[in-house]
Design a protein around this ligand. Structure first.
Ligand code: ZN
Ligand code: ZN
Length: 452
């Protein structure tokens, strides 16, 4: 199966019909381009310590054609977009292209797995030629810095691959989203938009990162003892907001958890977290006055062994919480993690520790990084593509996203799933055109095995 110079194909191998393990392929003139290579975490009975098992798209289709792979693009630093690179890169052995911050995160992973792969830096706004593909990097706002949409142009067609996004006009870190960057695309004649569906079923507009400072300051200032905030490590804007809150509320900032420490290092090396973000050494946290302590912690999804889990069990080596302290979840509970999060909340409450969760708080303490109905509508109206292809969602999210595209006047909506071939010159989907499946990483055998 080889795309001709008249073809423009889109073939998702992962992330289409599910949220997680994104792996997208574009095909033209005998060549392929990979956009993102991520993992998903699946609960599995047999996985050691009830830990989530790492799963990813089976790349057999493209691995057997690796010589015609022009490059791999990483749109942003989330695990569902870059997490499979350390496991799969050896099968592709081609350069990876991404921005500075995402590169820092990828290189840290590669170092851990002893992989030496070329990871090239791209500046947002740049145009990059990879084989027959010309790729323009268009900065877009999301819940991690330096996320880019891609305008992928070939002689047969032009596609806007949005990556994960939201419309944030005040994102705290990085540049606000510029509507004109997307409005201008309508003059170029975009054939298709391949678009994030995660929050398509949600009405209205997502909350801006900058809207969280007030609520967080209010709940933290009203707390009498220690405050621990659980949040997603990769959300650098949230870390900055909490650093600002620490300064204003006269509390020392602390950080507990390896994934937070790692990502803070990557962020600082890319120029973020330079002001109002000076955490004290975690071994000193136990000596601070409770009312002067604000600690950021990993484990907001109830992950076994993460900082919040250990604090709940009072087995953290650096700090003990006591009755009257306050744990705040500045994160939503990802569907499927309710049991673990509820157990964590109960463990704190049983010890007299107050808990506040963003999920059921009247003032916003968390902002999603994905577009709601109004944002999707705007994007479709700005870009005016001929075809909308919803991805990054379960079937119901993608179906709703397709409806919104129709509402915005996009003439053709194509929905499908992993392994389908979207023919963008004929506006057709060929079902199950390429083999697809899942692999999981078996820690005991240190190898990748197929998921049955
Ligand atoms: Zn994603
Ligand atoms: Zn993302």
């Amino acid at each position: 199966m080889v795309p001709s110079h008249k073809d423009m194909w889109f073939v998702p191998l992962g992330g289409c019909g599910e949220i997680g393990m994104n792996m997208n392929l574009y095909g033209h003139a005998g060549q392929w381009l990979m956009v993102d290579c991520g993992v998903t975490f699946e609960k599995h009975e047999q996985s050691p310590g009830r830990r989530n098992r790492v799963e990813m798209a089976d790349p057999a289709f493209i691995a057997s054609r690796y010589k015609s792979l022009s490059g791999i693009i990483a749109t942003h630093a989330h695990e569902d977009h870059i997490g499979a690179l350390p496991y799969l890169w050896e099968k592709f052995r081609c350069p990876i292209y991404t921005t500075q911050f995402t590169r820092n995160v990828i290189l840290k992973k590669f170092k851990q797995y002893r992989i030496e792969a070329p990871v090239m830096i791209v500046t947002p706004g740049e145009k990059l030629d990879l084989g027959p593909f010309c790729i323009e990097w268009i900065p877009i706002t999301h819940s991690t810095p330096e996320t880019n949409a891609l305008l992928i142009s070939t002689r047969a067609g032009k596609v806007l691959h949005t990556a994960d996004w939201k419309l944030d006009y005040a994102p705290i870190v990085g540049q606000p989203l510029l509507p004109k960057c997307f409005q201008e695309l309508s003059h170029q004649g975009v054939d298709a938009i391949v678009c994030d569906s995660t929050n398509a079923t949600k009405a209205g507009h997502s909350v801006s990162e900058s809207a969280l400072f007030e609520g967080l300051l209010e709940v933290i200032s009203a707390s009498e003892g220690r405050v621990v905030v659980g949040c997603f490590a990769s959300n650098i804007a949230r870390l900055q907001t909490l650093g600002n809150v620490a300064c204003v509320s006269n509390r020392y900032l602390g950080v507990l958890g390896r994934s937070l420490e790692r990502i803070i290092g990557c962020a600082r090396a890319a120029g973020y977290l330079q002001k109002n973000f000076n955490p004290v050494m975690s071994s000193h946290l136990g000596y601070l006055l409770p009312e002067e302590t604000l600690v950021l912690a990993t484990g907001s999804q109830g992950e076994v062994g993460a900082a919040l889990y250990r604090l709940a069990a009072d087995s953290h080596p650096d700090m003990s919480l006591a009755a009257g302290d306050h744990v705040i979840f500045s994160a939503k509970t990802i569907p499927g993690n309710e049991t673990e999060v509820d157990a964590l909340v109960s463990a704190f409450k049983n010890r007299g520790i107050k808990v506040t969760q963003a999920d059921n708080n009247s003032i916003p303490l968390h902002a999603s990084g994905h577009p709601h109905h109004d944002e999707l509508l705007k994007m479709y109206k700005w870009v005016k593509p001929r075809v909308a292809i919803p991805i990054h969602g379960e079937r119901r999210h993608m179906a709703r996203n397709a409806e919104i595209a129709g509402e915005a006047g996009v003439p053709v909506q194509l929905t499908g799933c992993n392994g389908d071939l979207f023919d963008l010159t004929k506006d057709r989907v060929q079902r199950s055109a390429v083999p697809n499946g899942r692999l999981y990483f078996d820690e005991s055998q240190d190898s990748l095995l197929p998921v049955n």
